[in-house]
Design a protein around this ligand. Structure first.
Ligand code: ADP
Length: 246
């Protein structure tokens, strides 16, 4: 296979530019000789919504970490448009991650900060102007339905509400890609559906979303592309379909 050219990553800083394609070529990952991902080839169109399903240990988190650049593959290339991120130096990877929002099972909110401060903080550390931080934070809290609770502390919220704040924090930086790794794991079905609705809404605004989940009903509900991983391999890839069509 002809691997793409390695180039410097410069376009990620330009917010007017949308990623067109995220591609994995021949990705394998081994931990101490154990194969966790086995020759994965995958293309994700920019602005798509993709669910990744599969049993525990299938390699879903590892795949997401490789996309995020927090894990390096043992073999293969990850490419965003014409840029090879696999060989990227740490500084460039840091820039890249500023364009990727991540939501995990654990919401990781700062307990001593209010809802508003938790979300605004993501912009503060990126050096945005105060006036922009104020308006953008309020807009995003409005989108996730948490503006009324902006002065509350995380401990005063339900698990579902905290997750909405975590989504706001990931989305506030206007990411190109939002990675959600089991975001509904600790939620009741109603809250879990609300979270997927929010991810769909964020996707409709132009952000590519990758959702890793165990919850079949959520994937059916999203009714978007579904990739199934088993023992480190893609065993099915259904476009615009729910899990039940497997
Ligand atoms: P999933 O997210 O589908 O549950 P993971 O990607 O977390 O799967 O894990 C896939 C396999 O890789 C598991 O067998 C897990 O034990 C192994 N694994 C993940 N991370 C590491 C690591 N840092 N060191 C060794 N093994 C790991």
């Amino acid at each position: 296979m002809k691997y793409p050219k390695i180039t410097t990553f410069i376009l990620v800083r330009n917010s007017l530019y949308y990623w067109h394609m995220i591609e994995l070529f021949n990705i394998s990952k081994k931990y101490k000789g154990k194969t966790v991902l086995d020759n994965i080839d995958l293309s994700i169109q920019g602005r798509d919504f993709v669910s990744v399903i599969g049993p525990s240990g299938a390699g879903k988190s590892t795949l997401l970490h490789i996309l995020l650049g927090t894990e390096r593959p043992s073999k293969g290339i990850v490419q965003i448009d014409e840029f090879n991120i696999t060989k990227m130096k740490n500084k460039a990877l840091h820039e890249l991650r500023r364009k990727i929002g991540i939501i995990t099972q654990d919401d990781m909110l700062l307990p001593e900060k209010t809802v508003y401060e938790n979300v605004a903080f993501a912009l503060e550390i990126s050096g945005y102007k105060k006036s922009y931080i104020k308006s953008r934070t309020s807009d995003v809290l409005e989108i996730v339905g948490m503006i009324e609770d902006k002065k509350s502390f995380p401990r005063q919220l339900s698990a579902g509400e905290r997750k909405k704040v975590a989504i706001a924090r990931a989305f506030v930086v206007a990411p190109q890609l939002l990675i959600a790794d089991e975001p509904t794991a600790s939620l009741d079905p109603e809250s879990a559906h609300e979270i997927v609705k929010l991810l769909l809404e964020i996707n409709s605004k132009g952000t590519t979303v990758i959702l890793a989940t165990h919850h079949k009903s959520l994937v059916d509900f999203a009714n978007k592309r579904v990739i199934r991983l088993e023992a480190g391999r893609i065993v099915s890839d259904k476009k615009e379909s729910g899990y039940h069509h497997k």
